[in-house]
Design a protein around this ligand. Structure first.
Ligand code: THU
Length: 132
């Protein structure tokens, strides 16, 4: 439990450090994500917006892409950090993409503005992922 708390703090710290890399000129909402895997590694990502708004990539999905690109398949914890006044929950698309790899992933949401932190299991907030 103490170890879990320490990992969560490390994920928040690592995601905070790259929040400035977020490319969000349209919404102004900066988001970064840090993923802890079953192999004990951490992968990072930020949101990447586009002038064609619908092409925007969320922070969680860029972190998942990094995890898979590095040969890993199992996220245990996904932290989502933002400068928005409230913690940001994963959007529907990100819930589906995370569920592809682990439906039971622990989701940590943290706002650097309000310093509010929320922790839920993906399975609590996303009941019926699409599965083939
Ligand atoms: N965003 C994320 O990065 N993750 C989410 O799960 C929700 C939304 C980003 C996308 C966009 O750049 C900004 O937040 C506002 O929607």
């Amino acid at each position: 439990m103490e170890r879990l708390d320490a990992i969560i703090e490390e994920l928040i710290e690592k995601a905070k450090n790259i929040l400035r890399h977020s490319y969000a000129p349209y919404s102004g909402i900066h988001v970064s994500s840090a993923i802890y895997t079953d192999k004990g590694n951490i992968y990072l990502g930020v949101n990447v917006e586009n002038s064609s708004y619908g092409l925007t990539i969320c922070a969680e999905r860029s972190a998942i892409a990094s995890m898979v690109s590095n040969g890993e398949r199992k996220p245990l914890i996904v932290a989502i950090i933002t400068d928005y006044p409230q913690p940001i929950p994963p959007c529907g698309a990100c819930r589906q993409v995370i569920a592809e790899f682990n439906e039971d992933t622990v989701i940590v949401m943290y706002s650097i503005k309000s310093k509010v932190k929320q922790i839920v299991r993906l399975s609590e907030i996303f009941k019926s992922p699409f599965k083939l």
